[in-house]
Design a protein around this ligand. Structure first.
Ligand SMILES: Nc1ncnc2c1ncn2[C@@H]1O[C@H](COP(=O)(O)OP(=O)(O)OP(=O)(O)O)[C@@H](O)[C@H]1O
Ligand SMILES: [Mg+2]
Length: 251
């Protein structure tokens, strides 16, 4: 690995009730890179992803360590609210709130108590620019977020996540509800965001993984089969299982 990990999981084992669905997974997510989690439906991708910012707290038992800046954030005394500010999440379906575009972007800042209008205005512009949405919405910031297209709504949700300035952004199939044009806009946005953020994405779209991700992890039935540079995984996988999965996906 050439870069420092922004986040590292060690011996992650996750169960829903009695059912263990993720088995002893360890990996490092390099800083300022995109890592894709791929694998068949039910292989545990979302379960792993949601654990990284403690979104599984009420649903699952998560054993093992999640190391973030030297701290194991998978401990009961860790402030989950702070974890989620620093490790943000974008969901599969665009989830704008029934508010204006402007209020959607600064939702997290308002929750954190920010009232200075200059700070809020500046953060709205910055975040919408980072999410490649500013030019399209700058004259309608006070209008409802529901007036936007699906692809615009998803970029708005990305802007909302960026506005609290996280270090890491988790995305679970961020484009699966979108058309090809919106998908390529989001992919371009993701690649652009790498300079400032570390991204971990779940995708079923192998072209998307090979186009945008620097690193790819292949999961099967809750086990990490292979993790390597994306080019290596797609061109020269070391595990037969990975090769079989990918040839099925592309073949
Ligand atoms: N809330 C839940 N309660 C119980 N079991 C769950 C829950 N969520 C997921 N599971 C189970 O955990 C396993 C992993 O599911 P997960 O959603 O992580 O897979 P996935 O790789 O994201 O699949 P997909 O590609 O379909 O989104 C599956 O067997 C699933 O049925
Ligand atoms: Mg999933």
């Amino acid at each position: 690995m050439t870069t420092d990990p922004a986040l590292q999981i060690q011996n992650l084992t996750i169960s829903y009730g009695e059912k263990e669905v993720v088995h002893d997974v360890s990996m490092k997510f390099p800083a300022n890179q995109i890592t894709a989690l791929i694998g068949a439906s039910g292989s545990g991708k979302s379960t792993v992803l949601r654990s990284l910012n403690r979104m599984n707290d009420d649903l699952a038992t998560v054993d093992g360590q999640i190391l973030f800046e030297g701290l194991n954030i998978n401990q009961p005394d860790v402030n989950v609210y702070q974890v989620r500010q620093r490790i943000g999440m974008v969901f599969q379906q665009p989830t704008p709130f029934p508010l204006s575009i402007y209020e959607n972007v600064i939702y997290g800042l308002r929750l954190a108590g920010e009232k200075d209008k200059r700070v809020l205005d500046q953060r709205v512009e910055e975040s919408l620019k980072q999410a490649a949405l500013w030019d399209e919405v700058k004259d309608q910031l006070k209008e409802s977020a529901f007036a936007l297209s699906g692809g615009q709504q998803q970029r708005l949700c990305i802007a909302r996540t960026l506005a609290v300035r996280p270090e890491i952004i988790l995305m679970d199939e961020p484009t699966s509800a979108l058309d090809p044009l919106s998908t390529s806009q989001i992919e371009a946005t993701m690649v652009d965001l790498k300079k400032d953020f570390t991204m971990i994405i779940v995708t079923h779209n192998m072209q998307q993984a090979s186009r945008s991700a620097d690193w790819t992890a292949y999961l099967d039935q809750g086990r990490l089969v292979e993790f390597d540079r994306t080019a290596q995984i797609f061109m020269n996988p070391q595990q037969q299982q990975t090769a079989d999965y990918l040839s099925g996906k592309f073949g």
